[in-house]
Design a protein around this ligand. Structure first.
Ligand code: AMP
Length: 222
């Protein structure tokens, strides 16, 4: 098959993969391998001209930007951390909010921490997070000085052992915070996943990509 007729879709395992499957089905695409049962990184579909590559969630924008994939699905959090809050940068086009993998980006603290006093204009707060762009912008808008502590996981631990006053993290059910005696004190933004498209692919494979976008759009959950 000519490389100009193959469409490569970048997805991350887990929630984004699972919640993208119904959208693919609407486009007549069925992934024929189960990523939980195989270690393969390139999955075939029922369509010879469509394949799925599995990458880390934070790498989806990078693969699409560099043309390793024509399209991908990435969380709003990941996209902001990748290219800033203005979005469409560097060969990445974001045509659709897919309304999947929904959650919120929030600030959480220990129950005994006085957040209202800590975020008075001109004050200083220590924040542990993986989402440094979102966190620094949020506190800058409030006029609060922030000492950011970049972590890659288990953020909940940082306030418990005195490394940070607060965390900025994704919250879905709130169970993780509750289990660690943290309370959500502020929602920064609602998060969902978006379709991202490589701008060169959009030109070179216009018709195939237009059809995919249309099919996805028709199947976006309410
Ligand atoms: P929960 O206990 O349901 O509030 O989920 C919180 C944990 O799941 C945190 O560790 C989050 O980083 C992670 N999480 C929740 N929703 C998402 C999502 N849509 N995408 C990625 N991680 C998520």
């Amino acid at each position: 098959m000519s490389p100009f007729s193959m469409i490569t879709l970048a997805l991350s395992k887990g929630r984004i993969f699972e919640e993208t499957l119904p959208l693919l089905a609407a486009a007549g695409i069925e992934v024929t391998e189960d990523p939980e049962k195989s270690r393969k990184l390139i999955l075939s579909t029922n369509r010879p001209d469509v394949r799925v590559v599995l990458v880390r969630a934070t790498d989806v924008p990078t693969y699409v930007q560099h043309g390793g994939a024509d399209i991908g699905v990435a969380g709003k959090d990941t996209l902001i951390e990748h290219s800033g809050s203005n979005g469409d940068h560097d060969g990445l086009y974001q045509p659709l909010d897919l309304n999947i993998a929904k959650c919120r980006m929030s600030v959480a603290v220990r129950a005994d921490f006085d957040y209202a006093t800590a975020v008075k204009q001109g004050s200083r707060i220590r924040v542990a997070t993986k989402y440094t762009t979102i966190a620094s912008e949020h506190f800058a808008n409030k006029g609060v000085h922030v000492d950011l502590i970049k972590l890659y996981g288990s953020m909940e631990l940082a306030p418990l052992i005195g490394v940070a006053d607060a965390i900025v993290d994704l919250v879905s059910t709130g169970n993780t915070l509750k289990a660690n005696h943290l309370v959500e004190v502020e929602e920064i933004m609602q998060i969902s996943s978006r379709l991202v498209v490589n701008q060169a692919s959009l030109k070179l494979k216009r018709e195939a990509i237009r059809q995919l976008i249309q099919a996805f759009e028709s199947a976006i959950p309410a």
